[in-house]
Ligand binder design. Structure first.
Ligand code: AMP
Length: 149
């Protein structure tokens, strides 16, 4: 169990650590791998969200998933990617949380994950919570915990 005051103060700030869906770089499961490489390269992220046509979370696509597919016994062969779609290489093991947030769950999951996917009660994607944004909120809190409003 985490301290109630800490939990409440972090939740007051939860708007700050949610990056809303319209600001999250993503690809669609039906997109080509060529398109996904372009998006990953432009965004400079190593892993991004994959959505389906209903706006639901389909998976996560990492640059390493693409590079692994290019490797074969003789070395790197980009032709191994020909004709592939995002859904062929994405992972479907997605760390998901729901809003309203459980701070303890977020803190525990962010130890192992760089970001968590947020969905609403209909399982529709609403954004992500990243390690950086949560750390910023925790940093703010530990510097202001004794301030009286
Ligand atoms: P950070 O904690 O800011 O380093 O973000 C951790 C990871 O979250 C990044 O490496 C990306 O995979 C993902 N991420 C952060 N911000 C965004 C964004 N605006 N759109 C898509 N993915 C993001």
């Amino acid at each position: 169990m985490i301290n109630k005051t800490v939990e409440e103060r972090l939740l007051e700030n939860s708007d700050c650590f949610l990056i809303p869906d319209d600001k999250v770089v993503h690809v669609m499961d039906e997109h080509s791998i060529d398109h996904a490489i372009l998006v990953l390269t432009q965004a400079r992220y190593s892993k991004i969200v994959v959505l389906d046509r209903e706006g639901k979370i389909a998976g996560l696509l990492a640059l390493s998933d693409i590079v692994n597919k290019m490797f074969d016994l003789t070395g790197i062969d980009p032709s191994n990617l020909e004709g592939l779609k995002v859904k062929d290489l994405m992972s479907t093991d997605v760390p998901v949380i729901t809003d309203p947030f459980d701070v303890e769950v977020i803190l525990n999951k962010l130890v192992d994950q760089a970001f968590l996917v947020v969905v609403d009660e209909y399982n529709v994607f609403t954004g992500i919570v990243t390690r950086r944004e949560v750390l910023k909120s925790v940093n703010h809190l530990v510097h202001t915990i004794n301030h009286v409003e």
